[in-house]
Design a protein. Structure first.
Length: 144
């Protein structure tokens, strides 16, 4: 086998090795932040008369922190009316102190959500304002 062929095969192998993790990382980032697309669609859907793109107001997003103290939990997520009640779309990361945290960009408004700890959903264990929504108790979040 010629030296040029060996170098070409080595380059192709290196490219393949680098491409696979990149694709997996991109898919993870897209799935984790997929809620942003739905939020911007909800914001623009509220306008009665669409504005030209050059004059459309920019959506103001505020990063909202979520913290849940559940040191023995294996998995914690947030399900709410802002992510179609799908806790897999907003998973929290465990900190060294045993609490679970994340931040989510959200437009101003009032939202209902539940904390899902190891598959069991309920209002935020830290307390706060709650409401009854379709027969289930949820926490109320006001973003200003």
């Amino acid at each position: 086998m010629k030296t040029e062929t060996k170098y070409l095969l080595a380059a192709l192998l290196a490219l393949a090795i680098l491409a696979v993790p990149s694709v997996l990382l991109w898919d993870a980032v897209k799935s984790h932040f997929s809620f942003v697309d739905s939020l911007s669609a909800n914001i623009s859907a509220g306008t009665r008369k669409p504005l030209p793109a050059a004059h459309a107001p920019a959506a103001r997003l505020i990063f909202v922190p979520f913290t849940v103290k559940a040191p023995k939990a294996k998995k914690v997520g947030i399900a709410g009316d802002f992510n179609e009640w799908d806790s897999s779309r907003l998973q929290l990361l465990k900190s060294k102190d045993g609490s679970w945290r994340t931040e989510m960009p959200m437009p101003p408004g009032q939202y209902c959500y539940e904390v899902v700890i190891d598959g069991k959903a309920g209002p935020n264990p830290a307390g706060g304002q709650t409401a009854d929504l379709k027969g289930k108790k949820c926490s109320v979040l006001t973003v200003k």
